[in-house]
Design a protein around this ligand. Structure first.
Ligand code: BES
Ligand code: ZN
Ligand code: ZN
Length: 487
């Protein structure tokens, strides 16, 4: 999709549809140049949030149609609502078979125009994404080919918005792809492609390579599979490789059946998106390769599926991996924390001074937070607050879960250093996060549990049902902030 900027009066902008965002109060607020067209709609358009109304311009202006977009009350609008509104407008424009869609960039409170434009582009590019890989027939409405942003001093915002949205869409494409197609080997191939295009160093370790590295936890999870694991390591040297290094890690579990502690079959297919954390890392690599922040970043994605088999790892087994800590397996379904413990230990041993990790780690976070926020668990308040700021600035949302010392008692093992699951179901998301902290030594680490947010379970006016690409934007923001000295 082409995204470009023009700076000209709205009535001169050539496009199939020009989107005119308006606050509540309706057409009176419309820019003078479009008022003649808009006056036809005065009765039908209130500017209520999310309202869209298509009006034929009848040759009065250069664009064929105007799409009035309600932004609601100005003091209620935030960056997330702005992004969603732009996505709704882009999708409504597509319903009219528009190939080119222009957006007037409205003045929103004290927000700089570049920021307004950034979030609108993010929403439009996100909203228009469709997962079409396995459909024999093309959808009836072809997709929009061109987005035109109309305004002044918006270039850099538009570029940033396009880059993160395209990166999030790449992540969605990967996360949406079923387990038989998106194996660990395939995920590594996708990573190779991204790194080749972005000029980023990559090393991919196969099963033997994982053995040589000592990734015993990843290998244990992989034991029941006919697919080989992959341990994907990418190095972006935006600061010349002199450090300090930020570590970004994601769970690349391509299909989670639960293993021997097998999941109920109802909805098991959902677990193909259990590599959404890893997918978010790949999206971030793509975006960071384009934005080129002055930062050194190590990206790590441990990848395998989790299958039951005669050779599979079992409840009761005691295993250990790169950190050297021994783990008693209580549930083979708590596999994400195992492969991530190796991924995080690797990043810490490579010299990363701070870590961020994202994973679809626990069902418990869905119960605690629903789809509105991701769960955050950390071993360091300062670093957690820094990452929290990045999440907020990115227009994503998280909630800090507690990390009191008492919670470590919840996953004690009588025979090993720790068990991979709490004895009761209490504080499931905190326990999952703190298990990870047990493998990074004293390196500050923030875990993002995106199990609640990685998949949209019901299509809406903003996005289709399916992968959401969550965490890409937060990772990218954290990388940019790292380059600015927030470490
Ligand atoms: N991949 C799941 C978590 C998950 C659940 C992701 C729902 C997305 C939606 C994870 O590997 C898992 O199975 N976790 C267990 C942990 C338990 C056994 C301690 C869980 O949440 O039930
Ligand atoms: Zn599991
Ligand atoms: Zn899992």
């Amino acid at each position: 999709m082409d995204v470009r900027v023009v700076n000209q009066p709205l009535h001169q902008v050539e496009a199939d549809v020009i989107v005119l965002p308006l606050f509540e109060g309706g057409v009176q607020a419309a820019a003078a140049e479009l008022r003649s067209v808009m006056s036809q709609a005065a009765d039908d358009f209130t500017g209520e949030y999310g309202q869209t109304l298509v009006i034929y311009s009848g040759g009065q202006i250069a664009a064929r149609k105007v799409l009035a977009l309600g932004l609601g009350k100005e003091d209620k609008l935030d960056i997330r609502k702005l992004r969603r509104a732009a996505g709704m407008a882009a999708r409504a424009a597509r319903e009219t078979a528009a190939k080119s869609v222009a957006f007037a960039v409205p003045a929103v409170g004290s927000m700089p125009a570049g920021q307004v434009a950034q979030f609108m582009v993010e929403g439009a590019v996100h909203g228009l994404f469709r997962f079409e890989t396995y459909k024999s027939e093309q959808p009836t409405k072809p997709n929009v080919e061109e987005i035109v942003m109309v305004g002044q001093e918006i270039e850099s915002g538009v570029t940033y918005g396009r880059i993160v949205a395209e990166a999030a869409n790449l992540s969605r494409q990967v996360n949406w792809t079923p387990g038989n197609h998106m194996t660990a080997t395939k995920l590594a191939a996708v990573a190779q492609d991204i790194c080749e295009q972005a000029g980023i160093e990559i090393e991919v370790y196969d099963k033997q390579g994982c053995q040589e590295l000592g990734l015993g936890l990843l290998l244990a999870v992989n034991q029941g599979s006919v697919e080989e694991p992959r341990f994907i390591v990418m190095r972006y040297k935006g600061n010349g490789g002199q450090g300090p290094w930020l570590g970004i890690v994601g769970k690349g579990l391509t299909m989670d059946t639960g293993g021997i502690s097998i999941k109920p079959s109802d909805g098991m297919w959902d677990m193909k998106y259990d590599m959404s954390g890893g997918g978010a890392v790949l999206g971030a690599v793509k975006a960071i390769g384009e934005l080129k922040p002055k930062a050194d970043i190590l990206f790590v994605v441990p990848s395998t599926d989790n299958m039951p088999d005669g050779g599979a790892y079992k409840p009761g087994d005691v295993i250990s991996g790169l950190s050297g800590k021994t783990v008693e397996i209580r549930s083979t379904d708590a596999e994400g924390r195992l492969i991530l413990a190796d991924g995080l230990a690797y990043a810490a041993k490579q010299g990363c001074t701070k870590l961020i990790e994202a994973s679809t780690l626990t069902g418990a976070v869905q119960i605690a937070l629903g789809p509105v926020r991701m769960g955050i668990v950390s071993n360091n308040d300062e670093w957690e607050n820094e990452v929290y700021t990045a999440i907020e600035e990115a227009g994503e949302r998280g909630w800090k879960l507690p990390h009191d010392q008492e919670y470590y008692e919840f996953f004690k093992s009588p025979i090993a250093d720790m068990s991979n699951s709490g004895t009761a179901r209490a504080a499931g998301s905190t326990v999952g996060g703190l298990f990870l902290m047990g493998h990074v030594g004293d390196v500050p680490c923030v875990h993002l549990d995106i199990a609640s947010q990685a998949w949209n379970h019901g299509a809406n006016k903003f996005e289709d049902e399916g992968a959401t690409g969550v965490a890409v934007r937060s990772f990218v923001r954290a990388a940019v902030r790292w380059a600015e000295g927030n470490r």
